[in-house]
Design a protein around this ligand. Structure first.
Ligand code: FMN
Length: 391
């Protein structure tokens, strides 16, 4: 595998980035349509915009100019470990953890909430619609020293928004979200934020989005929103379709920046490269969140974040060094939560995309897969090292 890694490294394909030009033009057109509306928010919110973006500079970490989105089954501890080896400054979100899980598993919380100190800055995303449980979950999570607690108001999955009555469905009840955010904030010592869509079903006008933000900002300490710039449809679309079928409307996001100058907004949805991240930042975005691209192509998406977004030299670890460090991590956690927990498959999963769309990627994945199949049969004696060192 070492020589495979070397060949892959020397054959890095040139990177191609799109930019946001089309979206910018659309945004400008629509921004003009909206100009003049929602002046009331300026006056209601007070006259002196607080430069919230700066708050983390004064603390330990740089601001969330770039963040990796919360993604169920993807942004687990293992992926976050890999991501942190590539970027030191990107903000990392956990997968959504449901408040009831935290409350019911209070004696087993490390499994859901523990992370290594290197993962800072890190945000815990909570899911739920029960005030008491959200408050308790925030209280229990506070002991783990996350840097921000976030509430999921954007997930359209049937289990979450249907049966669970939370996620994107919460956008129908801004008053409840405000109460939930107040309850979370009252039980933790870090800032709180909301991740939402621009609308749900036919509640998709800019005015309704403003009403949502306004209700939360004026009735809770929330001053940071992550806006996935497409609406969610609660029936008829799968979660995956809900991430691509409803059109992106970045113009709603940029209008929020104008209408709520005291609030920090992070843009999310369809952003795939650092050029797009910087284009959005140049256009005024306080922060940019990237999801699928950061998972499906972690090297190309994350390796320029420190230098190109934060203006700080990158860690300059090669992928070989990253694999070696990840291997040490793998060895240290294998079986930590009981036999097969985590499993080798879970540990190796984030590595599979490390050479995404580069020559040799197919070979890399085939070797990894073969190593994993052997692991299944001889689980105890096989550890992650065998994958990284296989010739
Ligand atoms: C596999 C997967 C799981 C996701 N899980 C969550 C989640 O737990 N909470 C959440 O707020 N969003 C979740 N999302 C949505 C992402 O956070 C993000 O909003 C969405 O993918 C759009 O960003 P992108 O175009 O950069 O991928 C998930 C997305 C994917 C692909």
């Amino acid at each position: 595998m070492k020589s495979t890694v070397y060949n892959l490294l020397s054959a890095l394909a040139p990177l191609h980035y799109d930019n946001l030009t089309y979206c910018h033009k659309q945004s400008l057109k629509i921004l003009n349509r909206f100009s003049g509306q929602h002046k009331r928010f300026h006056s209601l919110m007070g006259k002196d915009p607080v430069h919230l973006e700066k708050r983390m500079v004064d603390g330990q970490y740089l601001p969330p100019w770039f963040s990796v989105a919360p993604m169920m089954d993807w942004t687990d501890n293992h992926y976050r470990t890999l991501a942190r080896l590539i970027s030191k400054h990107a903000w990392l979100y956990t997968e959504m953890v449901v408040a009831e899980t935290i409350v019911h598993q209070r004696n087993n919380l490390d499994r859901f909430l523990a992370f290594s100190p290197e993962q800072h800055p890190i945000v815990l995303q909570l899911g739920g619609s029960n005030l008491e449980n959200l408050a308790k979950a925030a209280e229990f999570a506070n002991a783990y020293s996350f840097d921000e607690l976030n509430l999921n108001c954007g997930c359209p999955s049937g289990k979450v928004a249907g049966h669970g009555c939370f996620g994107a469905r919460l956008m129908f009840d801004p008053k409840f979200v405000a109460d939930a955010m107040s309850a979370i904030a009252a039980n933790c010592s870090v800032p709180v934020s909301v991740k939402c869509r621009i609308g749900v079903d036919d509640h998709d006008s800019y005015n309704e989005l403003c009403d949502f933000v306004y209700a939360i900002v004026s009735n809770s300490p929330t001053r940071h929103f992550i806006v996935h710039a497409r609406k969610a449809l609660l029936s008829g679309l799968s979660p995956a379709e809900n991430r691509k079928v409803p059109p992106l409307k970045y113009e709603y996001y940029f209008a929020l920046l104008r209408d709520f100058p005291e609030v920090q907004f992070t843009i999310n949805g369809g952003i795939t490269g650092i050029d797009q991240v910087n284009a959005a930042r140049r256009q005024g975005a306080h922060g940019v969140m990237v999801g699928r691209a950061a998972y499906n192509n972690p090297w190309s998406t994350l390796r320029h974040v420190d230098s190109a977004v934060y203006g700080i030299p990158t860690s300059s670890l090669s992928r070989r060094q990253i694999l070696e460090k990840y291997q040490m991590y793998g060895d240290s956690v294998l079986g930590k939560y009981g036999p097969g927990k985590p499993s080798i498959r879970q540990l190796v999963k984030p590595l599979l995309n490390l050479f995404h769309s580069e020559p040799g990627n197919g070979l890399w994945k085939r070797k990894a897969d073969a190593a994993l199949r052997r692991c299944k049969a001889r689980f105890i004696i096989c550890n992650i090292q065998s994958l990284v060192h296989v010739q």
